[in-house]
Design a protein around this ligand. Structure first.
Ligand SMILES: [Zn+2]
Length: 94
């Protein structure tokens, strides 16, 4: 019993709506498990949608993205790379 494709689900729905077949018969005709057919009949079935890559919940994700005026790269503002460079520059001076 593999995953049910939206196409299969549509076939199940059509058989349920148009022909009034029993869940057992629809299961045999479409190859969809009886449990899934009854869920489709009850309107509880949802197609398997691939998950979107998760947005990491880091402080970086909450900072606005902007073009750094110094290194001219799109970064999370303020530019961390430039902050580090500035820090190192100051460190060297003293
Ligand atoms: Zn920068």
């Amino acid at each position: 019993m593999g995953k049910v494709t939206p196409h299969q689900a549509e076939a199940v729905r059509q058989l349920l709506d148009d022909e009034g077949k029993s869940i057992r018969v629809i299961s045999k005709l479409t190859g969809v498990s009886r449990g899934t057919v009854s869920r489709i009949a009850a309107g509880k079935w949802r197609p398997h949608v691939p998950k979107k890559p998760e947005v990491r919940d880091t402080p970086d994700a909450k900072r606005p993205v902007g073009l750094c005026p110094v290194c001219e790269v799109k970064v999370y503002m303020p530019c961390r790379a430039c902050a580090v460079r500035e820090f190192m520059r100051k460190k060297r001076r003293f």
